[in-house]
Design a protein around this ligand. Sequence first.
Ligand code: KIV
Ligand code: ZN
Length: 395
Amino acid sequence: MNTTTTPHRQDDRIRIFDTTLRDGEQSPGCSMSPAQKLVMARALDELGVDIIETGFPASSQSDREAMAMIARELRRPTLAVLSRCLQADIETSLTALQGAANPRLHLFLSTSPLHREHKLRMSREQVLESVHRHVSMARQQLDDVEFSAEDATRTEEDFLADVVRVAIAAGATTINLPDTVGFTTPEEIRGMFARLIARVEGADKVIFSTHCHNDLGLAVANSLAAIEGGARQVECSINGIGERAGNCALEEVAMTLRVRNAFYNMGTAINTPRIVSTSQLLQRLVGMPVQRNKAIVGANAFAHESGIHQHGMLRHRGTYEIMRPQDVGWPDTQMVLGRHSGRAAVEARLRALGYWLDEEELKLVFERFKALCEQQRVVEDDDLQSMMQDGVQAD
Ligand code: KIV
Ligand code: ZN
């Protein structure tokens, strides 16, 4: 079987299923109050996500309150809640979804041998029976039901195909195949989606979804590969927060699909200039800043310090930038002046501050600048101003 063959194309729109408020909130130190979830949900709505997973109502009163507050206000996006395959959970979740304009019940059950044996203590037959029973039960009450085969990427493929077949026959409208422990690789997950979609009858009637964890740092790459295999929904979170090393980062997958549109030829509805403000809001709400070199939303994502790069950027921004900072919500590119910067960048910064120097003057200032860089990491505008006021500039 050729694992890289793309199966039938469902359509070319990628639905963004944001799980910042559920899987994201499960990451250590990231819990949010109902009021904080509402603030975040409003920002996610403005960002244009298709589906917001608001929480796991059966697990806490706080999640039930959050869902009620969000449902009262947000009428555009689909609102989803997570539920185990248990009648009591389903009933609690359906109650929590009451009042939502576009409700979705997200059911999950583990399918891998490790989980079946040690966590569920269930046979394959029992798993299939539970999927059928609980998906049917949910579908009797709701049109939009997602089923997730937890730990799908470590499940025997023949059995996974049976699970998917049963879930579709019972009425699931979205089938999610999570890489729960961040174990898979791009080649592997692409093949898994492609083969399953090709072999399961009824696969063309549902949306296949990917949900990748980042334990090996592959969550975004694996999600993109799943899209190549036929997934049309990506489950992700702002800043990639989530259990352990996190989930696929929404901002990274959305910008890859945009920047490399000629390759993927598929888009999302994400209003990308809202990305940075949404990321910063989450950082403040949960008190977890992203690292400076985080793609898209880190402080260094559009900052250039080395002389060669700054010189290139001054000639043509495309030399070292593949997207405009404004496209994701940064005000502009940052030219950081420091030990690695060259004369061209210092001159450009001085001109921006109103100083137009001749060759001799610039040579002098640049020597002073280099000396200052021995004492401090970054030379700010204020440092340049005082340098000029201290008489470096010829009268
Ligand atoms: O990682 C996972 O498998 C999950 C499911 C519950 C969707 O979060
Ligand atoms: Zn998860």
